[in-house]
Design a protein around this ligand. Structure first.
Ligand SMILES: [Zn+2]
Length: 243
């Protein structure tokens, strides 16, 4: 398939859009090797891709060889088919950053929290589970400091201060206790959460950051906009009287 720009296209994963997208093939090369006196062969196909929507570029590697195949049985017969492994860089994201992530850099100037979260997402993507557990606790700690909590007190006191100051509810507190305990266990005892645990803990951390930092920030912006609009829509004498 070729589009109006004369680049062939195919579906490829776009790390920015977060899913498969029609993409230009900007360049490609293939390499095949065969062993002498046998039927064993290896092949690599490499592609430089560009998403047609957001124009993000990526690299795609497809690998296959004569020894890598699956066997299926149907119609009373054995059928073999080759397996093609696909690897892309940037990697297929296991978890998209939340849509509010860019607010740290562009609206909130919270560089420390943004940098810590970037390291956390990298550890999560690389399936470094112990480091992910440690990084989640670190991100919670930095977010709490951003909200004015003393950096030098124990975690239990930090969580109590967040509740006292109205940043979290008693129900939030139980979830955050578990998040911090998991981070403690990874830090001190090498606790390695499984993938379900990690996903749930990430949900708790993101919900805490959204509820305590992002939502109040957005409400403040909305209030400022409404204040500008209020004089134009204020009730005037005669409003509501049928003419
Ligand atoms: Zn894209």
């Amino acid at each position: 398939m070729t589009d109006e720009h004369q680049h062939p296209t195919r579906m490829a994963y776009c790390s920015y859009c977060g899913g498969p997208r029609w993409s230009y093939i900007l360049g490609q090369s293939s390499q095949r090797a065969e062993e002498d006196d046998s039927e064993v062969w290896f092949q690599e196909d490499r592609f430089i891709m560009q998403c047609r929507g957001c124009l993000t570029q990526s690299f795609l590697l497809k690998e296959s060889n004569s020894e890598l195949f699956d066997t299926e049985h149907f119609d009373g017969e054995e059928h073999e088919h080759l397996i093609k492994r696909e690897t892309s860089f940037p990697a297929v994201a296991k978890r998209r950053k939340p849509e509010w992530f860019c607010a740290f850099a562009f609206e909130l100037q919270m560089d420390d929290l943004e940098n810590a979260l970037l390291e956390l997402y990298s550890a999560y993507e690389a399936d470094l589970r112990i480091l992910t557990g440690i990084a989640m606790r670190m991100c919670f700690d930095i977010a709490a400091q951003t909200l004015g909590v003393d950096a030098d007190v124990r975690f239990v006191e930090k969580i109590a201060a967040l509740e006292k100051d109205g940043h979290i509810t008693p129900a939030d507190r139980e979830r955050i206790d578990t998040l911090v305990n998991a981070g403690n266990a990874s830090t001190h005892r090498g606790f390695k959460p499984n993938s379900d645990d990690l996903r749930n803990l990430m949900n708790v951390l993101e919900a805490f950051i959204y509820d305590s930092i992002i939502a109040p920030h957005r409400k403040k912006k909305m209030d400022a906009e409404m204040k500008k609009m209020a004089p134009h829509v204020a009730k005037k004498p005669g409003d509501g009287v049928r003419k």
